[in-house]
Write a protein that binds this ligand. Structure first.
Ligand code: HSE
Length: 291
């Protein structure tokens, strides 16, 4: 048997749609695998009742098939599904790492990224790698068509999760098909600033680099109370705020000692909009690990 803890992640970070991602120190999924004749899946924990156990419909079923590694797979969810915190990706990344070892496939973590991303296609319709990459590699990752680059970083973050779920499939429907040259120029400037901020573990630069006028406004409109939560976070000291992945979580970056205030301000703002919410005070973190 192999057991892996795979962390939550936040993708996009505003300016890096389908490209940027960070691993979060918490929360995380725990995935255990045992050899079996055919793949079966058992899910417990946060939101387990909403996750299909049919291997054809579950993200880890696609991973087991891609690795030709049938197994009994147990997933203990620490990350609620439809949260914008890479819930399906954490399960896929954990399963990929565990099955690769169980069956001695010898693939590197980088090589496991596209395999885990296949699992994402089952859930969202697109094999985007911007959650599975940081869940496997840790730190800040840049996933492009020709591979993945990762850098260690140390940035304080708050992820605030409102109760109302949003599916990635639905949130991808509101992504515009075209950008203007002005929007492209702004986005490139933001993305470059954010990358520099991650390389220097500088939360101010990261916050500045989250600015995005292309995808985020449409995604934010799907989240009840987003504008108030974002404004409250900035008032409480956040350097930048954006939609985490496809939402509904909202990600804020701030100084380490402002995390409590930022977290409290966002939860209060959501609650004032009739949305129960919880906040994770966290940091950028490591990738999946054996336990
Ligand atoms: N890049 C993906 C999206 C992340 O925004 O649709 C989903 O968590």
């Amino acid at each position: 048997m192999r057991t892996v803890r795979a962390p939550a992640t936040s993708a996009n970070l505003g300016s890096g749609f389908d490209t940027f991602g960070v691993a979060l120190e918490r929360p995380a999924d725990v995935v255990s695998v045992e050899r079996a004749e055919r793949t079966t899946i058992e899910v417990t924990g946060a939101g387990a009742q909403f996750i299909p156990e049919d291997p054809k419909k579950n993200t880890v079923g696609a991973v087991a098939e891609a690795l030709d590694a049938p197994a009994h797979i147990r997933i203990d969810k620490g990350i609620r599904p439809a949260s914008g915190l890479g819930s399906s990706a954490a399960s896929a990344a954990g399963a990929a790492l565990a099955l690769n070892d169980l069956y001695d496939r010898g693939l590197s973590r980088e090589e496991l990224v596209p395999i885990a991303a296949e699992g994402e296609a089952v859930v969202s319709g697109a094999a985007h790698a911007d959650n599975v990459a940081p869940s496997l590699l840790g730190g800040f990752t840049i996933a492009t068509a020709d591979g993945v680059r990762a850098v260690d970083t140390n940035v304080p973050l708050v992820a605030c999760l409102p109760e109302e779920p949003i599916s990635t499939r639905d949130a991808r429907e509101v992504v515009p098909n075209h950008v203007t040259i002005e929007e492209m120029v702004t986005t490139v400037g933001s993305a470059a600033t954010l990358t520099l901020g991650m390389c220097q573990s500088d939360p101010k630069l990261v916050g500045r680099g989250m600015v995005d006028e292309v995808v985020t406004p449409n995604r934010a409109a799907l989240i009840t109370g987003y504008e108030d939560a974002a404004a409250a976070a900035v008032d409480a000291g956040a350097y930048g705020v954006t939609v985490s992945g496809s939402g509904p979580s909202v990600l804020a970056v701030c100084a380490p000692d402002r995390r409590r205030n930022v977290a409290g301000a966002m939860v209060e703002a959501f609650e004032a909009n009739g949305e129960k919410a919880r906040a994770y005070r966290t940091w950028t973190g490591d990738g999946a690990e054996f336990v």
